[in-house]
Write a protein that binds this ligand. Structure first.
Ligand code: NCD
Length: 364
């Protein structure tokens, strides 16, 4: 694994453009070292990851294959540092590590680490880097994963950081699993191109929407429709990004009219944990932004319903049994794509490709 070293101080690093930062985030072969932002992944890289995830998924079907996978990264250890609540992201990363044979350690509550004694985040992360070979981190702080990646790239023991959700800002691995789900779902309907993806809910504060929206611009003729109450409509940063990339997008608050045109409906919950003064979100009428039986009847037969989960009342449980409800499979896809990302981070793609090829079976 080629480690990008960054000798710039933090102030100088922050002035770099995204393209200039890429030198410090990617390995020389074009695969990720640190995974911090969705924009690090282009269509080619997303395709490579999806292929690798498919192979891992296939190999894991047999006991022999599972045993092989457990040897792929068994020489490495990963630290799961989750200082913000998480079920799926935590468990799917943990499972991904287990699939590949990585040993893991975890801190899920900073009250149980020396941060409670006043240790800085920087010192905590440097401590983890002394014992582990990868840090997977989720924090409520915007930009913290990037700062920690810079810190480690400057240290005598640089190790990769994977951002498992940073504040309201980015959730790159959720976007990877969302893309993988879209690629799999559209395999028989022309692939991920010329499709309409409809986002609905709290688009202002949801980090998954920002990351996925940025990745969708890699695919041809994708139309993105953002459906939300005006107070929760997608932020200007996302709109500016899409405008710069000449993406086809529109904003509306008319959910029912938008549904029949959608190939994927991506529902999100109200993110009221970010309320400045508690209860602000509760005053917003979100009743028109829910997906139930009526909305299902408006949806194309080939379309899918997605959700990063957890859900509240924005998708009714009546929808769960419909073949177009993709959120459970989407969740499991997270485990495969995260395993693929970890294998790629450690440069183990070829080992997996070779085993898959030798097994000589088609992916089903
Ligand atoms: C999302 C998150 O944490 O941003 N959940 C997840 O990782 N699957 C979405 C959410 O919490 O609403």
């Amino acid at each position: 694994m080629a480690k990008p070293i960054c000798e710039l101080n933090w102030e100088a690093y922050q002035t770099l453009s995204f393209q200039e930062k890429m030198v410090y985030l990617m390995q020389s072969g074009g695969t990720p070292y640190h995974t911090l932002f969705a924009q690090q992944f282009n269509r080619d890289l997303l395709g490579q990851l999806a292929t690798l995830a498919n192979e891992i998924r296939f190999i894991a079907k047999s006991r022999k294959g599972t045993e092989f996978l457990k040897t792929v990264v068994s020489h490495k250890r990963a630290m799961l540092y989750f200082s913000q609540p998480s079920s799926r992201t935590f468990l799917s990363f943990l499972s991904a590590c287990q699939i590949l044979g990585l040993q893991t350690g975890e801190v899920r509550d900073t009250a149980t680490s020396s941060e409670f004694k006043g240790e800085s985040r920087e010192d905590a992360v440097r401590t983890f880097s002394s014992y582990f070979d990868l840090i997977i981190m989720r924090t409520p702080e915007k930009g913290l994963a990037e700062r920690m990646a810079w810190l480690l790239s400057n240290s005598e023991r640089p190790i990769p950081i994977i951002n498992a959700g940073s504040g309201q800002d980015q959730h790159p691995t959720q976007a990877l699993l969302d893309i993988y789900t879209l690629l799999r779902s559209f395999e028989k309907t022309g692939g991920l191109q010329e499709k309409t993806v409809l986002f609905c809910g709290d688009l202002l504060r949801g980090r998954t929407v920002r990351s996925l929206s940025q990745l969708l611009v890699n695919y041809p003729k994708i139309r993105q429709v953002f459906v939300a109450p005006p107070q929760l409509q997608v932020g200007e940063d996302v709109q500016n990004f899409l405008t710069d990339r000449q993406a086809n997008f529109e904003l509306t608050d008319d959910f029912q009219s938008a549904i029949p045109e959608a190939d994927a409906v991506y529902m999100t919950r109200i993110q009221d944990e970010w309320d400045q003064s508690k209860g602000e979100s509760a005053k917003i009428d979100t009743s028109r932004f829910r997906f139930g039986k009526t909305e299902l009847d408006l949806l194309k037969s080939t379309a899918i319903v997605m959700h990063p989960l957890p859900r509240r009342e924005e998708i009714s449980t009546e929808v769960d049994g419909d073949p177009r409800a993709m959120y459970w499979r989407q969740m499991r896809n997270g485990m495969w794509i995260r395993a693929a990302l970890i294998a790629m981070t450690f440069g183990c793609e070829q080992t997996i490709h070779a085993y898959f090829k030798a097994s000589g079976t088609e992916i089903v």
